[in-house]
Design a protein around this ligand. Structure first.
Ligand code: ADE
Ligand code: ZN
Length: 335
């Protein structure tokens, strides 16, 4: 039975809605690019990089994530990073992906939109051409920085907005509530961009309320702490505001101590539009399929629940309705 579920989830077309491209930087590419650019990293081997990936919380991960991103310097580096992720999508039947990138991580080092955007887009266009990969970009603001910095970033993106579907909000959650970014999200909305925000990963349910009510988001990234607030749960259910849950991330960053303790099935059984995602696959030990496999392994997941999670990935996406319907029919046909 468990093996049948695993085979099914590997074979079925899947969508991924919460993936940081900088978090897909594998140690091999990190070391290769460090070598290429003469960047000094505090690791002497690929094994040492992997050994460093033992996190106590979100901040301890973010420190290494920003350090790792420092090897990304020219257009081809961003191309290679994106193309490697998209090839992984192909190998695992991830047919559609909404990919976050953190511009401020790069602009702070003097690397501009004119470097990373052409790199990302070259890889995306190539994957679309070569095997029909579907992918959108989400530009995420770093919440530990000021709203003025986020507004400047939105300005710098002005010539690239055609290639960007949404804005997002990530980085250190505690102490940086969504309300801090009210103006920049309003401006993004006025520009026709969709909106998502990390909330309720380490932060309290109040931050999920802030993302929903003040930032007017279409999706909450993580949101697992919503379960602490029954009124919020009713709201998320009534609005069908989706949660992009990342199981391996949550256990790696100790939001839950063990996968057996993860609340994803409770959220799903309460009728919420819950999706499964990888977040930062290189740092958390697995891509999208691995996240599904971990759920199958550790939770009493039934076929209808698994199917619902996969369906939700398409339903909560920013794809046009007719494309969603096409993929949902394919999911339903694979029984
Ligand atoms: N940036 C990359 N991954 C993140 C996460 N899980 N939470 C907040 N910011 C992030
Ligand atoms: Zn994330």
């Amino acid at each position: 039975m468990r093996n049948q579920l695993k085979d099914w989830v590997l074979a079925v077309p899947k969508a991924e809605l919460h993936l940081h491209i900088e978090g897909s930087l594998e140690p091999e590419l990190m070391m290769q690019l460090a070598d290429k650019h003469g960047v000094n990293l505090p690791y002497s081997s690929i094994d040492e990089v992997r050994q460093a990936y033992d996190f106590e919380n979100l901040q301890s991960f973010l420190d290494l994530y920003y350090l790792g991103a420092s090897v990304l310097r020219d257009e081809d580096d961003f191309y290679q990073l994106m193309y490697a992720y998209l090839q992984n999508c192909r190998a695992n039947n991830v047919v559609h992906s909404e990919i976050m990138f953190d511009p401020q991580t790069h602009t702070a080092r003097g690397i501009g939109f004119d470097v990373f955007m052409p790199g990302f887009q070259r890889a995306m266009h190539q994957a679309e051409r070569e095997w029909g990969q579907s992918c959108f970009l989400i530009m995420s603001f770093l919440r530990h920085l000021s709203e003025v910095s986020a507004l400047a970033t939105l300005d710098q993106a002005q010539h690239y907005l055609d290639g960007i579907s949404a804005v997002g909000l990530d980085s250190s959650e505690q102490g940086n509530p969504p309300e801090k970014f009210a103006r920049v999200f309003a401006k993004a909305k006025a520009l026709g961009l969709k909106r998502v925000a990390h909330a309720g990963e380490e932060g309290p349910p109040a931050y999920v309320w802030g993302a929903a009510k003040v930032l007017d988001v279409q999706r909450i990234d993580h949101g697992v702490r919503s379960i602490e607030d029954p009124v919020l749960m009713d709201y998320l259910l009534a609005e069908q505001l989706s949660l992009t849950v990342c199981p391996l991330s949550n256990t790696k960053l100790r939001v839950f101590n063990h996968m057996q303790e993860h609340n994803i099935l409770e959220l799903l059984d309460r009728g919420l539009l819950v999706t499964v995602n990888a977040d930062d696959p290189s740092y958390f030990g697995g891509y999208l399929a691995d996240n599904y496999l971990a759920l199958i392994e550790h939770l009493p997941l039934q076929f209808d629940q698994l199917q619902q999670l996969v369906r939700n990935g398409f339903t909560a996406s920013f794809l046009p309705e007719e494309t969603k319907a096409k993929w949902l029919a394919k999911v339903d046909s694979l029984n």
